[in-house]
Ligand binder design. Structure first.
Ligand SMILES: [Cu+2]
Length: 530
């Protein structure tokens, strides 16, 4: 912008002084304002008129005047560079739309709809195409349950909240409920051995699913994990370990469960037989209460924020290494607790919401700016700010169209019940045309298969990513993970190699994205990997 001012405004003192924020925010408009200020407001500058020749009364020749100076040759005005819109750097938030509930459990279904529920008891589906919510009553109260997708795309929900006369917190239910996105119906399944409030579900490479931690119907911690085999639960009786609520767990490259936190000591759980825990490395930062963790590539975990007072630090580990250790990556601009980390099609990680203030759920410390973590550099970029402060019970979910649904906050924690949602469009939606996928993908595909994807944009594709459909609550996605895929151009588009490892990508529903050299993703196509 300064260059434009120098080129077009002849008089420095008449330059339109725009504050830096205006420059940043209204770059293109600023150019227009400057052009207007220079060409219209001042009018074209009249050339200075020469004084009349002087005659000396004495008859002496007039003093020799220096020859008129040629005015400096000004370069012709250059067309101002076309600046990308600010959204191309910062992304853009939608307005705030009403929701019937606090959407504190939030899931992307294979149908493309979003399933959510809060404390009110009746889950809803939401159709991104129409914005309509539809009630889908569940067999039991799912508030504070654990959840992850099964290989066939159904969602398994473990536990929930037992309501007593005093509505006491921390009382669990043993119920197992499965939601079928195809029929929109819930099915009650055999209950767990123990009730659970605040457990985490993790889908396993075998197609089974493990649920870990939580509190039972009396509010006592449940130390024994249980494995769902599709029909019944199997307690891991040799793997009793008391863990804090909603453990941040992932499938490691060797197929074991990796516990990343909240506690500082990470651990591995082998679910074979009666189960067994072994110690893993210590994280750098202490307890990351209500921090958020994601597996941003197979075996690679980012763990950001959390703690009390909240930290802005983040750390990473690569479980593919022979002796994995946690190391700090770049720190966020803002300390955050109750944040959400969301995998994006590009492989970057979006962080939204949370609070910088100390205590359990500090409303006045709410952080509205989003941040983006770049795995290649370990650095963060600060992005645009949401309208609503979302802290405890906030959620964020990547949609197939590449936007992020941002909602929840409230239903506990002494902060407002935010019955509304916002949609964040990341910078990549303002950086040029999107690659397209021109034919339907098969609804299911197998490990190690080659997938031909029809696209006219194959030559410009720089990355292909597979992302597990999200299932989010309490600052953690129990289901999403990102797997980069190798690919090569073919006549119709791209030949893509699906994962060979069930540990890298446990069976279940995924979105496939094509990302071009400018970092612009296609819309995601949902398929089951089985
Ligand atoms: Cu809660």
């Amino acid at each position: 912008m300064r260059d434009v001012a120098r080129t077009f405004c002849l008089s420095p003192d008449k330059r339109l002084k725009l504050p830096a924020r205006v420059h940043a925010t209204y770059g293109v408009m600023g150019v227009l304002l400057l052009l207007a200020a220079c060409s219209n407001a001042d009018g074209p500058s009249a050339p200075p008129s020469d004084p009349p020749p002087q005659v000396s009364p004495s008859g002496n020749p007039p003093p020799v005047e220096p020859p008129p100076q040629t005015p400096p040759v000004e370069p012709p005005p250059q067309a101002p560079p076309v600046e990308p819109p600010p959204q191309a750097r910062l992304g853009q938030w939608s307005g705030v739309s009403p929701a019937p509930i606090v959407q504190l459990h939030l899931h992307l279904l294979a149908s493309g709809k979003v399933l959510s529920w809060g404390a009110d008891g009746v889950p809803r589906t939401w159709d991104p195409a129409t914005g309509a919510f539809t009630a889908v009553p569940a067999p039991s109260l799912l508030f504070c349950s654990g959840h992850a997708f099964l290989p066939d795309g159904r969602l398994l929900v473990a536990g929930g909240k037992k309501v007593d006369a005093r509505n006491t917190d921390e009382l669990g239910l043993p119920n197992t409920n499965v939601f079928d996105p195809a029929s929109g119906a819930w099915h009650a399944m055999p209950a767990m051995a123990k009730a659970r409030w605040y457990p985490t579900n993790t889908a396993l490479p075998s197609g089974e699913l493990v649920t870990i931690a939580g509190t039972d119907e009396n509010g006592d911690h449940v130390p024994v994990p249980e494995v769902w085999n599709g029909a019944a639960w199997r307690p891991l009786t040799s793997a009793a370990l008391e863990l804090p609520f909603y453990p941040r767990t992932f499938v490691a490259p060797d197929g074991r469960i990796f516990y990343a936190g909240e506690l500082q000591r990470s651990r591995y759980l082998d679910v074979a037989g009666a189960g067994r825990w072994t110690d893993g490395p210590l994280r750098k930062f202490g307890t990351r209460g209500y921090g958020s963790a994601v597996m941003y590539e197979p075996g690679k975990i980012l763990y950001a924020g959390g703690g009390d007072p909240p930290t802005n630090t983040a750390e990473i580990i690569d479980l593919n290494q022979p002796s994995p250790t946690w190391t700090f990556t770049g720190s966020m601009a803002s300390a955050r607790r109750h944040l959400n980390a969301t995998l994006l099609p590009t492989g970057d990680v979006l962080v939204t919401g949370g609070t910088s203030g100390g205590g359990f759920n500090n409303l006045s410390g709410g952080v509205r700016s989003a941040e983006l973590w770049h795995p290649a550099t370990g650095t963060w970029t600060t992005l645009a700010s949401s309208t609503v402060v979302r802290i405890y019970h906030s959620t964020a979910l990547l949609l197939p169209d590449g936007r992020v649904l941002y909602t929840g906050s409230g239903d506990g924690g002494d902060s407002p019940n935010e019955r509304n949602y916002e949609l964040y469009s990341p910078p990549y939606l303002f950086n040029g045309a999107r690659p397209t996928i021109t034919a339907a993908l098969p609804p299911r595909a197998g490990y190690g298969q080659t997938l031909i994807v029809d696209t006219p944009d194959g030559a410009g594709i720089a990355k292909v990513t597979l992302i597990g459909l999200g299932s989010v609550t309490h600052a953690f996605d129990q289901s999403a993970r990102l797997v980069p895929l190798s690919f090569s151009p073919v006549a119709r588009g791209l030949s893509i190699a699906l994962p060979a490892s069930r540990a890298a990508a446990p069976p279940g529903p995924y979105m496939l994205f094509l990302v071009n050299a400018d970092g612009v993703p296609s819309e995601g196509r949902v398929m089951l990997l089985q």
